[in-house]
Design a protein around this ligand. Structure first.
Ligand code: GDP
Length: 456
């Protein structure tokens, strides 16, 4: 299929979902101040059933006429090519002569944030044709460092004899060994920074995948997070103990220190609405009643208790120890690292994710799930942000239709072709952003835009 065909197909899928957000949201508002409650509930239920069927039909269409096979071959081949490239870059035969980048794992934040820091170092070394050296001494989670859980990211080039240079001015382009700062300290960000993907893979990736950067990020994590033998054994044991099985929906509920600072509270019921929707559609697709399994990860133990008590129709796979060691007072310990690595792993082994993309744990699971499907860009529901990368250069979208703002709704004008800096999706039919032509900020219907893909 052409890229045009695939983009159109994905756009229709998104638009159907968007219609459902819009109508459900409007009906909910009506429901609050109306004496037609029964009628509205009837419409909601019927509408949802029809939307579910449409979504399943579209999913079937996406796999029909050998399209599914084509996408699978295409993504598997590209994944192999890229993993080989990473391997070669990281295992030079002439380490001493190689230009290098040194990256400190121990950024003063959580594991997801630290891994995204390493990912940006890795992206930099990839595009600058350097070898990445990971410094995981004094890691706040585990004094034994990264290799307590993962295979070394290089076998042949693990240290650097030369003195390292800081990233200042243009020195990063020429110095033999650069020590990476945190991404926010860089003012002259090169064009290969997120959300760019390698230009040479743009054609292939943008055809088979709905969000190429996320797939690319998944490939990097896949390379970085290869479990060592001991940890792989543990993962297999936990898998058996949990009786981990497909189908499964991964739910991540981030609470405690994140609330009020970087994210808002969301009740478990909000997450479960989307889990139900996934299984209603899955039952329709498979024509059987499936066991409704949920892998639940959270940093708040109460959420696990609530899940068990209030949702008897669901089977919850969860480990209370992980929730306990996730709390701030136990967080920076080997037990906590083990917990979060396991949680991210099992979330990413599910068929679908429901979480808040404001959390780096959720973002990592979303990146990793991409390595298990040719295109898992739609296998998630975020209760807050759209996908982003901390410190990203930009996330622009293009208007595909004109928009005349409805007065009083905080909307902005769009002209077909306008570039808009995307701020977020309100998941009610509207997105928010800044029109780069008029510099106006505000809301516009989500179906009137399409994504752009940066490449380098
Ligand atoms: P963010 O703060 O949610 O964006 O994600 P970070 O990964 O940067 O920091 C949060 C840290 O809290 C994680 O790395 C974990 O140490 C801990 N944490 C948060 N949620 C969970 C969870 O669901 N399970 C476990 N085991 N740990 C969690």
């Amino acid at each position: 299929p052409s890229e045009e065909f695939e983009s159109l197909r994905r756009k229709i899928f998104n638009d159907v979902q968007d219609v459902s957000y819009f109508v459900n949201n409007q009906l909910q508002k009506l429901n609050r101040n109306s004496n037609l409650n029964d009628k509205i509930k009837f419409i909601q239920k019927n509408f949802q059933e029809r939307i579910n069927l449409l979504s399943v039909e579209l999913e079937n269409l996406s796999e029909s006429d050998t399209l599914g096979d084509w996408r699978k071959v295409e993504s598997e081949n590209l994944a192999i090519k890229i993993q080989n490239e990473f391997h070669d870059l990281q295992n030079p035969s002439d380490c001493e002569k190689r230009k290098k980048i040194i990256c400190d794992l121990n950024k003063s934040c959580g594991f997801g944030c630290q891994m995204h820091h390493v990912m940006y170092c890795f992206i930099t070394s990839y595009f600058m044709n350097r070898t990445l050296i990971l410094d995981s001494n004094d890691w706040r989670y585990n004094s034994h460092g990264y290799e307590a859980y993962f295979k070394p990211i290089s076998k042949t080039c693990k240290t650097s004899k030369e003195k390292s240079t800081d990233w200042t001015g243009n020195q990063y382009e020429t110095a033999d060994v650069i020590r990476m700062p945190v991404i926010d300290e860089i003012t002259n960000k090169p064009e290969f920074f997120p959300l760019a993907i390698p230009k040479k893979y743009l054609n292939s990736l943008s055809r088979f995948h709905g969000d190429p950067f996320v797939w690319w990020a998944g490939q990097i994590l896949n390379y970085l997070m290869r479990f060592n033998t001991k940890f792989e054994e543990l993962v297999q044991n936990v898998k058996k103990k949990l009786n981990f099985q497909a189908p499964c929906v991964g739910v991540h509920v981030r609470r405690t220190d994140k609330l009020g600072t970087e994210a808002s509270f969301h009740a478990l019921s909000e997450y479960m609405t989307h889990v139900k929707e996934f299984y209603d559609r899955y039952d329709l697709k498979t024509s059987i009643k499936n066991t409704r399994t949920v892998y639940l990860a959270t940093d708040e133990l109460e959420v696990m208790k609530e899940a068990k008590q209030n949702y008897p129709d669901y089977v919850f796979l969860m480990d209370e120890t992980n929730a306990k060691t996730a709390s701030l007072n136990q967080r920076y310990s080997p037990e906590s690292a083990q917990g979060v690595i396991l949680d991210i792993h099992f979330l990413s082994q599910c068929d679908f994710l429901v979480c808040t993309l404001s959390s780096q744990v959720c973002r990592m699971a979303y990146e990793l799930i991409q390595t298990r499907y040719p295109d898992a860009s739609l296998r998630f529901k975020s209760l807050d942000d759209v996908y982003y990368y901390g410190g990203q250069l930009r996330h622009n979208v293009i208007a595909v239709l004109d928009h005349e703002p409805n007065p009083g709704y905080g909307e902005i004008e769009l002209k077909k072709g306008d570039l808009i800096g995307l701020a977020g999706n309100h998941w009610d039919g509207y997105s928010k952003g800044k029109n780069l032509r008029t510099l106006q900020e505000g809301l516009f219907p989500s179906y009137k835009i399409r994504n752009t893909i940066d490449s380098y």
